[in-house]
Structure formats: C-alpha cells, structure tokens
Design a protein around this ligand. Structure first.
Ligand SMILES: NC(=O)C1=CN([C@@H]2O[C@H](COP(=O)(O)OP(=O)(O)OC[C@H]3O[C@@H](n4cnc5c(N)ncnc54)[C@H](OP(=O)(O)O)[C@@H]3O)[C@@H](O)[C@H]2O)C=CC1
Ligand SMILES: Nc1nc(=O)c2c([nH]1)NC[C@@H]1CN(c3ccc(C(=O)N[C@@H](CCC(=O)O)C(=O)O)cc3)C=[N+]21
Ligand SMILES: [Mg+2]
Length: 315
C-alpha cells in the first residue's frame, strides 16, 4: 500500500498530494489466509479438517461472485468445502431440512446460507435454524446479540474485513480509530448494522445513513471514515468526502461495459462499487478499490471464522 496522503491531512496538504492511497484488500487477505492456512495444517495434525458448507438458492449475481471465489480459497487453505446449489423454486421446508442435516454433520464446522433468499422463503427462519456454533456469517440472533453487547462471538465477515483494513490503514500512519467520526451508508443486517457495532467497539463516533436520511452528502462530508454499503453504482461522489478521509467501498455492483472499455474488446459487464472511485480517489486519504478491496477480505474472514468454529467444536 502506498502512504501518500494522510487521513488527517489538511485541505492544503491534500491538494499538494491529490491521490489517495489505494488500500490493497487482496494483499491483506493473502496475509490473513496465510495465517489461517498454517493453523488449519496444525489442526489437521490433530485429525480435524475444518469444513465449510455453503448453500446457494437461486441466482443472485453478487452471491455467484462470492461462491466462486470462496470455493477456490477454501480448498487452497486446506479446508473441506461442501457446496449445495439449489434451484430458486426450493421450498422453505426443504432448505430447513438441509440446514438440520448440516447442523448434525460432524464434518461441517461452518454453515453459510447465501443471502438474499428467494422471496417465498423467510430469511430469518432459515438463519435462526443454523446452529449458532456453526454460524460463520454471524447472522444468528444469538451471535448478533453477543456482537452488540461486546461479548465474544462469530462476527459477520464483511464488517470484520472492513475493520481489519481500517486498523491496518491507520496503524501504518501511526494511529488508531479511537475518537474518529465514522459515517456508514446503509443499515442492512449483513453489513451496515454490524459495522456500526464494530466501529463503536473501536471507540469511533458513529453516524448511520440510509434511504430516509436527510442531507446525506452533508453528513458524510463530516466523516473521517466512510463505509459505503448501499448497492448503488457510483452513488458516493467527490462532494460527499472530506479531504483526507478514509473510504471503504463495500458495494459490489455489476454494470454493463462497452466494447471499447473491455480488455477483451467484447461488450460485457464489470464490477464497480458504491463509490465513484475516479473522482473520490482525488480527495480521500485512502480508498478501497472494487474489485480487490473488501471482497477478498470478506472471504479471508469467513475462513478465519470457519477455523475458529472448528477449533471450538473439536476442543
Ligand atoms: N464486498 C463484500 O464482501 C460484500 C458486498 N456487498 C455489497 O454491498 C452492497 C450493500 O449490501 P447490503 O447491505 O446487503 O444491501 P441492502 O440492499 O440489504 O441494504 C442497502 C442499504 O442501503 C440503503 N440505501 C439505499 N438507497 C440509499 C440511498 N439513496 N441513500 C442512502 N442509503 C440508501 C438502504 O436503506 P433502507 O434501510 O432505508 O432501505 C439499506 O440500508 C451491495 O452492493 C452488495 O452486493 C454485500 C455483502 C458483502
Ligand atoms: N450469507 C451471506 N453472506 C455474505 O457475506 C454475502 C451473501 N450472503 N450474499 C452476497 C454478498 C456479497 N458478498 C461478496 C463477497 C466477496 C466478494 C468478492 O470476492 N469480491 C471480489 C470479486 C472479484 C471478481 O470476481 O471479479 C472483489 O471484490 O475483489 C463479492 C461479494 C458476500 N455476501
Ligand atoms: Mg426473502
């Protein structure tokens, strides 16, 4: 990672050094995966191979990206991967029966049911059916409650990955997150809400924006840390950002790409985040790219959670 502008730089300094450091999520995830791989090997010597079951119902595009990358990394770090791809017509009862089988399977230490589920399935019923000890997404009420109360729990992977990137970024600058103002855009159970809990635990002042917020750009401009988790391509423009702020872009949006822009010369799609990277990177102190930012960290944290779950279940 380069360290050109500092997050506390004044507007003048930032004008003199107008390009944000690009936070390298791929490198950070490779470092974490290396640690996980070593610990998986030592657990394997005790006869335990951590196993992760992934359940995908239907065809959400962001979920498909996730599943593909996850499978690769799981095997690379020495874990077992169990994939369950079900058609979008799958009935809730069938899905609950599968979850019950995975709960009872001693080779499965972690269970992840991809969200969103098709609308005829009640998401919360499925999430509550997962054994909390195997809930590597941290979405079960028991784990959500523990996170909010600051107790030890399996914490959601994407916010955990964002925290690792933030801590690394501020540590490189000789500081930490304590006392900084963090603005989160989005309040989903997957990203926005658990992100707020983790930032509060790190002693940030936290503001949470959502679709009903008034003057979002004005509020966001007060942030030292911006976490964008909306699902709208390029929504966060340069005028939302205070010079020198650290920007974490969680969005994974697939947009059409013209033939001229495509490396293959064919009209295709490409991934973009929620932040207008080209404009914001001229103002921010540091920023995560999409792809190559939060996404790879989510996967590394998922595998770290699976290792933790396997250790606890075999202790
Ligand atoms: N990189 C990764 O590892 C991951 C990436 N993602 C991606 O992150 C993005 C967000 O995901 P997720 O949290 O699940 O999305 P959700 O759709 O569940 O939540 C989106 C949030 O954004 C808010 N919102 C919508 N429009 C606006 C607006 N105009 N102004 C302010 N807030 C708005 C919504 O507000 P309200 O509550 O009022 O409706 C809601 O809280 C998606 O692109 C997703 O693909 C998700 C998980 C992991
Ligand atoms: N129960 C559940 N938990 C989730 O955590 C969850 C989910 N459901 N549903 C879908 C979203 C989305 N999500 C992604 C994670 C990693 C990448 C990822 O690896 N991104 C790479 C993509 C690289 C590429 O393939 O081009 C990157 O950003 O660099 C993408 C998307 C997790 N989610
Ligand atoms: Mg639903």
């Amino acid at each position: 990672m380069n360290t050109q502008a500092t997050p506390t730089a004044s507007a003048d300094e930032t004008l003199a050094q107008p390009t944000a450091a690009v936070i390298d999520g791929k490198a950070a995830s490779a470092r974490l995966l290396k640690e996980v791989t070593a610990e998986v090997a030592s657990l394997a010597q005790q006869g335990v191979i951590p196993g992760l079951a992934v359940v995908l119902v239907g065809e959400d595009p962001a979920s498909q990206v996730y599943v593909r990358n996850k499978l690769k990394r799981t095997v690379e770090c020495g874990m077992q991967s169990f994939e369950h791809v079900l058609p979008s017509e799958t009935r809730e009862a069938e899905l609950l029966a599968l979850v019950a089988r995975l709960n009872a399977d001693p080779e499965v230490h972690g269970i992840l049911v991809q969200l969103p589920l098709p609308t005829h399935i009640q998401e919360d019923a499925v999430l509550e059916a997962i054994d909390p000890a195997k809930d590597v997404d941290g979405f079960h009420r028991m784990n959500v409650g523990a996170l909010v109360q600051g107790a030890d729990a399996l914490a959601p992977c994407t916010p955990t990955g964002c925290m690792r990137l933030l801590r690394d970024t501020f540590a490189e600058r000789g500081g930490d997150l304590s006392g900084l103002h963090a603005v989160i855009i989005g309040r989903s159970n997957i990203v926005g809400k658990p992100m707020a809990s983790l930032l509060l635990a790190a002693n940030c002042s936290v503001t949470q924006l959502h679709s009903r917020s008034q003057n979002p750009a004005e509020l966001c401009r007060q942030a030292d840390i911006v976490v964008a988790a909306v699902g709208r391509p390029n929504m966060i423009s340069a005028d939302w950002i205070k010079p020198g702020a650290v920007v974490i872009d969680v969005g994974i949006n697939r947009i059409a790409q013209s033939a001229e822009q495509s490396p293959t010369g064919k009209a295709r799609t490409r991934l973009v985040g929620d932040v207008d990277f080209a404009a914001v990177s001229k103002i921010a102190g540091a920023i995560t790219p999409v792809p190559g930012g939060v996404g790879p960290m989510t996967i590394a944290c998922l595998l770290a959670n699976t290792l933790t779950a396997a250790r606890r279940q075999s202790a």
